[in-house]
Write a protein that binds this ligand. Structure first.
Ligand SMILES: CC(C)(COP(=O)(O)OP(=O)(O)OC[C@H]1O[C@@H](n2cnc3c(N)ncnc32)[C@H](O)[C@@H]1OP(=O)(O)O)[C@@H](O)C(=O)NCCC(=O)NCCS
Length: 189
């Protein structure tokens, strides 16, 4: 198993580790122009960013998969146009899919995906292209059983990415936990 994520290339993109000089653009994409509920302050994002970079080696040395966010860059120019990564999702989702209520279902971790593309580059297929290379890497290198993503009912763009990736989408009509309304699941064949 290869534990340290190498730069991953697609036709148009490179998905690579953050470098220290990427901070300003990552902060802009995640906190200044994004439409997330709770953007981080510059200081909090800085701490998260430094922690992310330290974790690349830390996870590998602990024989963990390469959790964490990476930069999405255009192959042609090197411009950072987004952020994508493997996130730990801790929730009751698979048991809920099997029909259990949130109260009955046991919580457990899953490997999830996170994605964001800067507005100027949205609608060009970049999120799905970047996510696809991470999925292929995880399925090929960790023999991962499945990968998931979650989003809000009204985040149709994120649901569009899930569909394009071939995920099966389910709605959590109970509305609890609140942060988990739509679930996408992709099983390895
Ligand atoms: C979600 C996001 C990453 C999508 O990025 P993107 O590069 O524009 O997505 P893609 O171009 O790869 O689109 C993938 C599919 O979703 C569809 N889609 C994209 N935006 C859409 C929208 N606003 N409404 C409906 N469908 C949409 C596309 O049509 C495409 O499907 P198709 O090729 O079959 O037409 C981007 O909108 C974003 O950064 N949003 C803010 C951050 C965010 O919400 N992240 C998810 C957190 S859960």
């Amino acid at each position: 198993m290869s534990l340290r994520l190498p730069p991953l290339k697609t036709d148009r993109l490179t998905v690579r580790d953050f470098a220290p000089g990427d901070f300003d653009v990552v902060h802009r994409i995640l906190d200044l122009e994004g439409n997330f509920d709770a953007p981080a302050s510059r200081e909090d994002r800085r701490n998260w960013f430094d922690w992310s970079i330290m974790n690349y080696n830390a996870f590998a040395s602990l024989y963990q998969p390469p959790w964490g966010e990476r930069a999405i860059t255009l192959k042609e120019t090197g411009e950072i146009i987004g952020v994508v990564g493997y996130s730990t999702m801790f929730h009751p989702l698979t048991e809920m899919l099997e029909g259990k209520s949130p109260a009955q279902a046991k919580w457990h971790p899953e490997m999830g995906l996170f994605w964001v593309i800067t507005p100027a580059h949205q609608g060009k297929g970049y999120a799905s292209e970047a996510a696809r290379v991470l999925i292929d890497y995880a399925f090929d290198n960790f023999n991962l059983k499945r990968i998931v993503a979650n989003t809000d009912f009204d985040n149709l763009a994120s649901q569009g990415v899930m569909k394009k990736l071939g995920m099966t989408l389910s709605r959590n009509e109970d509305g609890e936990p609140k942060w988990f309304e739509v679930l996408g699941v992709l099983e390895q064949d």
